[in-house]
Structures are given as C-alpha cells and as structure tokens.
Design a protein. Structure first.
Length: 275
C-alpha cells in the first residue's frame, strides 16, 4: 500500500489521470492525499470532483480557497471572477451531492507524523490544535444554517490569532490561515500583500513555515496553494503546488519514502497574478 500526496489540481483532470498512471496508482490498495483546490481555472473541475468523490476512503481531501469559492458561489455569496470555470459544476444534475461532499471535507488532516493543509498553519498552532480548529470550521459548514457562515467567512481581518477569539472572527482567521496564507510577520500575524516567490516578500515578513519556533514543526506539513514557491521537500515540509495550471507540473510525493513524481503540464490559462 502506498500513499501519494498530490498538489493543486484545479480542474486539470487529464493531468491527474496521467500522473496516476505514472505512479501506477492502485485503487484497491493505494491512497491519495489531495492538498485542496481540486477545482477552478482548469477545464475539467466537474470531472475531478466526481472522480475524487467516487474514490471514497481511498482519497483524503482538504479544502482550498478555490473549493470554498465554489461553495460560496453555489449559495450566491462572494464575487465571481472572469477566470472561474465553475459553471459545469453549478449546472450539473449531481451538484448538490458534490457540494455536500465538498462541505464535509476538513481543512486539516493529520495522520502519524504528517499533517495536510492547503495553505499553512499559524506559528502558534500545534498540529493537535490545528486539527481541532479545522473541526470547528467543518462543523460550521455542516450546520443547517451554514449559509450564515458563508455570508461572513470571507475577508482579511483579523490578521492575528488569539485563543479568546469567537464567532465569525475566530472562524475567519482559521479559514484564512489554512486556505490563503503565504507570508507571516515574525510575530505570527498574517500578511496578504505578497503572492509571488519568497524573495517578493514585504519587508519584515517570511514564509509562514520559516517563522522561528513554529509549534507544528514536529510534523511534516503537506501543503499546496503557493505555485510561485514551487516544489519544496524539507524534513518538516512538503510543498506540492508546482503550477500545473500555469504550464508547470503536477506533483505527487509518495509519503512512505518521499519519492517525487512529476508530470509536465500544458498551460490551461494565462498567468494573471499568483493565487
């Protein structure tokens, strides 16, 4: 049995199938860890969702910012973007089943020495705390009144965590860190100004995983979201978004031995700024 962690797919279904062929993925015994952003910008988001959902417990998915954007759009919240390719999902006869399945996915999955999240973890959060905070958001997305959460979810404030945060502010910080964050100030506050490679960071900020004393450093964090960062394989970090959508590669890492597999991809969209 092997576990393959795969970077942001974003509707690039053909690339996903070809990569799974390359690693000789066995549905009967192997597992997939998917770092979020299954959908959007690429041409086959509907096919990706259906395929992953049908894998059942052979696939573990955490939510990314584009996945949450889809959920919001389906309920009339947020602002549609010209680059969105979510129409086929929203018009599909099985849209409600797919969206209900997506809302039930967590923001964090922790197993053994690995923890998977789409974007990152605030430096004060241990792996155990991050898992508990992810569950708070998952419960909010599954409540009968989840639309109220969607109406209050988006926004960039507050930028810092406090244990006494409550209500929408508390849930918003969790979502922003786990699905949007790239850079932090050394005091652990989030900075959303820079989206490019690490050398583009605003003065005084560093990549979230380089903040000294990060409490989750005892786990290997598996993440995506940051195509400008590219593939990073470090002792406690597996950053897997290698820009398939932009003509880079779709990356898989076999967690048992950290062997890297990459499939070169054709560009699906013209770059309009990192996201």
């Amino acid at each position: 049995m092997a576990t393959y962690a795969i970077g942001d797919i974003q509707g690039c279904f053909d690339a996903l199938l070809h990569l799974l062929e390359r690693v000789k993925f066995n549905k009967a015994s192997d597992r997939l860890w998917l770092v979020g952003d299954l959908v959007n910008r690429g041409p086959q988001s509907l096919e990706v969702l259906r395929f992953v959902r049908e894998l059942g417990d052979r696939a573990v998915t955490v939510l990314g910012n584009h996945d949450l954007h889809l959920v919001m759009q389906s309920e009339g919240f947020g602002r549609a973007n010209a680059e969105d390719t979510l129409g086929p999902i929203l018009a599909a006869p099985d849209r409600e089943e797919l969206l209900a399945w997506l809302r039930a996915c967590p923001l964090v999955h922790r197993e053994g020495a690995h923890l998977m999240v789409h974007a990152g973890l605030l430096p004060a959060w241990s792996a155990q705390q991050a898992e508990a905070l992810s569950e708070e958001v998952r419960r909010a997305l599954l409540r009968p009144d989840y639309r109220e959460f969607l109406a209050n979810m988006w926004g960039s404030q507050p930028i810092a965590w406090r244990d006494d945060l409550h209500g929408w502010d508390r849930l918003r910080v969790i979502v922003n860190a786990m699905t949007r964050m790239r850079f932090c100030n050394l005091d652990g506050t989030m900075d959303f100004r820079s989206k490019g490679p690490p050398e583009s960071a605003a003065a005084g900020t560093v990549p979230w995983f380089q903040v000294p004393g990060r409490a989750s450093a005892d786990h290997a964090v598996v993440c995506g979201h940051w195509s400008a960062l590219g593939l990073r394989v470090e002792s406690n970090l597996l950053a897997l978004d290698s820009g398939c959508l932009w003509g880079g590669a779709l990356t898989a890492v076999r967690l048992e031995d950290r062997e890297v597999f990459q499939l070169p991809c054709e560009r699906q969209v013209e770059p309009s700024g990192w996201d």
